[in-house]
Write a protein that binds this ligand. Structure first.
Ligand SMILES: *[C@@H]1O[C@H](CO)[C@@H](O)[C@H](O)[C@H]1NC(C)=O
Ligand SMILES: *[C@@H]1O[C@H](CO)[C@@H](O)[C@H](O)[C@H]1NC(C)=O
Ligand SMILES: *[C@@H]1O[C@H](CO)[C@@H](O)[C@H](O)[C@H]1NC(C)=O
Length: 480
């Protein structure tokens, strides 16, 4: 009988009474004031195989609270059912995106699930976990199919024994990611998934059964391909939930929610997360997770790999050939230097991992393709180029790859900012000016580029010579 019930709830997707043995415990917790009423009932439960074998000959009471002094099976069964039904109906859904916080969407509880407060642990990403002590054992439920208006999506907490009417229970662990930016962009996507990697490292390397993705509370049904490949390298080929079985609600047996990117972690933890992701990506692409080790040429000089990663269109070089020429000439002057010039758009994920695994100096215009620096060995160098106008109008975001270099153990070797270009028509209009300059092309300064390349190449040569004399350290980065 009980087996049948469970089978039925599973196949229909309608969770009416999901787990009978848990239901007793739940009702007890909720109905402490009624404990005296329920006590005889518990005795009955323990003496019965199930709810549904009550003798039909028992006289029917007129209501749930009648006959309290002399309880009968069905009166208490009715009471439990009535109260469970009320509990189910009392589950209250709130908008996923709370417009009251539209001025400060990323602060504090953020505008995503704004009524819920994060758990903070020393040096860990701020997160929400359900069910937990702080949710009083309640699970997270979401009605979240809107893709253009996060205020039309909603969330609620519910006890697993009294899920809201017509809820679907999604079993296993779910990773719920909300980003203010994007799961498509390499940099922002990395920032969105990194805290899950951090959480997993702290929690027995757990992997999710599915992802749920939101942007401003709007459902997203995919990650960008690079971001997806990186997530897959660490967590495997788990699906992205699209809530395909109707409007919901959908409740999660277990869920971790992240809405703060890397906030809360110290540099050391970020470094370990990056180490792990580098290692996993290399492994997934069939490369040695330790990198290429020490490479020497036939005369014992260290090989120095300089990669120019180019872009097309926005923020590409005005004259790529000249730039290639300048770096090529400097590379030729250093024994062991090998120059590669590569179009980032032409590379598959694994090609990008392979190229960067084999790069010591990564020179590239400012842009998301720079996120690939994470695949270089720690201590490698980054050179960055900006078009005119970024210093003045680019905001703090222009330092993203400088921070990333710092946080992933790379050396940011500075940036070149093109002094030449069209003037923005209304210099006092910050945003307008930024958009004006954002995607312009980048010129060059032969003298500057040559001196800069020479300096960095020399530094890298010295440090590779030092390394060559040291024993290679093995890393445990891939363990999780
Ligand atoms: C939850 O609360 C129980 C009882 O107070 C306690 O024993 C347990 O350690 C708590 N769990 C966590 C993860 O804090
Ligand atoms: C990167 O780290 C260096 C050394 O710790 C520091 O001086 C520099 O300000 C950092 N840069 C950024 C952009 O955070
Ligand atoms: C090019 O760079 C050199 C060396 O830094 C500098 O002296 C010169 O003024 C720059 N030229 C232009 C046109 O910016």
């Amino acid at each position: 009988m009980k087996m049948e019930m469970e089978m039925e709830t599973r196949t229909s997707g309608l969770i009416i009474l999901p787990q009978i043995k848990h239901q007793r415990r739940c009702i007890l917790i909720i109905l402490l004031p009624f404990l005296s009423i329920l006590l005889p009932l518990i005795i009955i439960f323990h003496s019965q195989a199930s709810f549904f074998t009550f003798p039909s000959s028992t006289p029917s009471p007129s209501g749930p609270f009648s006959n309290l002094g002399n309880p009968t099976h069905s009166s208490h069964s009715n009471l439990v059912e009535t109260l469970t039904a009320k509990l189910k109906d009392s589950v209250t859904f709130l908008p996923l995106k709370d417009l009251r916080y539209s001025e400060t969407p990323m602060d504090g509880n953020t505008w995503f699930m704004s009524s819920l407060t994060d758990t903070f642990e020393e040096d860990e990403p701020a997160y929400l976990y359900f069910p937990s002590n702080s949710s009083k054992g309640r699970v997270l439920c979401i009605k979240g199919r809107h893709t253009t208006d996060g205020t039309k999506n909603s969330y609620a907490l519910a006890w697993p024994e009294a899920l809201p009417p017509s809820a679907t229970l999604l079993e296993g662990l779910t990773f719920v990611s909300d980003t203010y930016y994007s799961h498509e962009n390499l940099w922002h996507g990395l920032c969105a998934i990194a805290p899950f990697v951090g959480w997993s490292m702290k929690n027995q390397c757990l992997k999710p059964s599915r992802w749920v993705l939101f942007h401003w509370g709007e459902l997203r049904t995919k990650m960008g391909s690079w971001v997806w490949n990186l997530a897959k390298a660490k967590f495997g080929d788990v699906g992205i939930e699209v809530f395909g079985k109707g409007d919901g609600p959908y409740c999660f047996e277990k869920a971790v929610v992240m809405r703060h990117e890397l906030e809360g972690m110290r540099d050391e933890k970020k470094l370990r997360i990056i180490d792990l992701m580098r290692c996993k990506a290399r492994e997934a692409c069939g490369l040695d997770p330790m990198g290429r080790g020490k490479e020497l040429n036939e005369r014992g000089a260290p090989i120095i790999r300089l990669t120019l990663l180019m872009r097309r269109g926005a923020r590409s070089f005005k004259n790529e050939e000249v730039v290639k020429g300048i770096f090529g000439k400097e590379c030729e002057r250093v024994e062991g230097c090998v120059l590669s010039v590569i179009q980032s758009e032409d590379l598959s994920f694994c090609d990008q991992v392979r190229v960067m695994t084999n790069t010591d100096i990564f020179a590239s215009p400012h842009g998301q393709q720079q996120t690939n620096m994470l695949f270089m060995d720690q201590g490698s160098s980054v050179m960055e180029f900006f078009p005119k106008g970024w210093l003045e109008h680019g905001g703090v975001g222009q330092y993203a790859y400088h921070w990333m270099a710092n946080q992933s153990g790379m050396k940011h070797q500075g940036a070149w900012r093109d002094p030449i270009g069209e003037e923005c028509p209304n210099p006092e209009q910050e945003l307008e000016c930024f958009l004006f300059h954002k995607d312009s092309k980048i010129g060059h300064n032969e003298t500057y580029f040559a001196e800069w390349a020479r300096k960095v190449l020399n530094q890298v040569r010295v440090s590779k010579l030092e390394q060559a004399s040291k024993a290679q350290v093995t890393s445990s980065a891939c363990e999780c």
